[in-house]
Design a protein around this ligand. Structure first.
Ligand SMILES: [Zn+2]
Length: 144
């Protein structure tokens, strides 16, 4: 077991998930890099490495990981959930052309400014405050 497996095991245990070997392998593959995968893509990723893993088990584990916060979830288009391996607070850019989702890290004070200003604006309009704000920008056009 290398260092990162140890770390993955720790992440699962901290989340209250029993780190069976299959869950460990799965979490390790998912968390190995910043990625945003749909459930089917997760299945293919795991299946590529562990062809004998059952689809139902993979989906059950993925659901468990999402519930316990081992991976984040993101719905950029209605009805399409992406599982996000980056669980730190961040925002997203969505490339309409390629479907790619790119993480955006915002400076904390800038983030506060943006959301405070937006929140104030909405509170005036609707009387409601917003919480848990997350930004998605859409990228258009092609690279020259
Ligand atoms: Zn992300």
């Amino acid at each position: 077991m290398d260092h990162s497996y140890e770390k993955t095991k720790e992440i699962l245990e901290k989340a209250g998930i029993r780190p069976t070997s299959q869950r460990l392998e799965m979490a390790h593959l998912l968390l190995s890099k910043d990625q945003h995968l749909q459930a089917d893509e997760v299945f293919h990723l795991i299946n590529e490495h562990f062809p004998h893993a059952s689809r139902a088990t993979i989906f059950n584990n993925l659901k468990l990981f999402a519930e316990k916060g081992v991976v984040g979830t993101l719905e950029i288009k209605p009805g399409i959930t992406h599982f996000d391996s980056n669980t730190k607070r961040h925002h997203h850019a969505y490339d309409e052309e390629t479907g790619e989702i790119i993480d955006i890290e915002l400076d904390a004070s800038l983030e506060e400014q943006i959301f405070e200003s937006l929140s104030q604006n909405f509170q005036e309009k609707t009387g409601k405050r917003f919480t848990n704000a997350s930004l998605v920008v859409t990228l258009k056009g092609k690279k020259n």
